[in-house]
Design a protein around this ligand. Structure first.
Ligand code: ZN
Length: 254
């Protein structure tokens, strides 16, 4: 059994064949899918999917750093309201993005810190988006780590040194389709740090693994990621499934 710890099932590209897509994932052994939120515009679709597949699809709540704009305080108020009235499985996705736009970096940091405090308040894990900002995200987590904070550096693409810092903080790294790309250093990083803090994700509909690179991604492709990690470590994909599923279940408290 696999867990997709990060999949945007509510995205428009996945709506077309939603029922079949989710069934394909379940048939492929990916029986649990965790959905990170983006902003107030994605909540209704996410909650609808969570309500339709309550045993398979689990919602998170949060404001994604790429959606931190001038109205971010209103958006954070909406996040806060939802957390008070519904069950969510993590705060996410939250963090810093230095790749797309640096206009709101200060506001991104404020939103990140505020949402980590919400996670501590609700005793929930956090799912971190750290594009071109891994070290700053690590530093933010370290400044807030009181022994109770846990979570995932989603779509981890950092160095061995950064991976070791993440493990020291008690956090996991989400590994997705990038690990299957030819020039990826991720197989070497994973070989060096081991599997104890690794969870699997697709980040669907983005970043499809080989041989689907460049096409629409979906949660059914998680076993391809496990297979690649297994090849790198000379162990079976079933063993990768067992270890990474246990890591994810521990993290999400199921
Ligand atoms: Zn994402």
């Amino acid at each position: 059994m696999y867990i997709d710890t990060h999949t945007h099932l509510y995205e428009e590209q996945l709506n077309i064949d939603e029922r079949e897509m989710i069934q394909r994932a379940i048939d492929a052994g990916v029986s649990k899918m965790y959905m990170p939120n983006c902003d107030s515009t994605t909540i209704d679709a996410m909650m609808r999917i969570a309500g339709t597949w309550p045993a398979n699809c689990y919602p998170m709540m949060g404001l994604h750093p790429c959606y931190v704009k001038d109205n971010y305080k209103d958006e954070l108020a909406i996040v806060t309201d939802w957390l008070a009235k519904e069950k969510f499985y993590a705060i996410g996705e939250i963090g810093l993005d230095y790749y797309w736009d640096l206009t709101h970096t200060a506001q991104q940091k404020e939103a990140f810190a505020y949402q980590i405090d919400l996670a501590l308040q609700y005793n929930l894990p956090i799912v971190i988006h750290s594009r071109e900002s891994t070290q700053d995200c690590i530093d933010m987590v370290r400044s807030k780590q009181n022994g109770k904070l846990n979570g995932i550096f989603h779509c981890f693409g950092g160095t061995i040194e950064e991976a070791k810092q993440i493990i020291d903080l008690g956090f996991c790294m989400g590994i997705g389709g990038v690990v299957t790309f030819k020039k990826s250093n991720l197989p070497d990083v994973i070989k060096e740090v081991g599997l104890s803090n690794i969870v699997l994700e697709t980040d669907a509909p983005y970043l499809a693994p080989m041989p689907y690179r460049g096409k629409r991604n979906e949660s059914a492709y998680v076993p391809l990621i496990a297979e690649k990690i297994g090849d790198a470590m000379q162990i079976s994909k079933e063993e990768i499934a067992r270890i990474t599923t246990a890591n994810a279940e521990k993290l999400f408290g199921v």
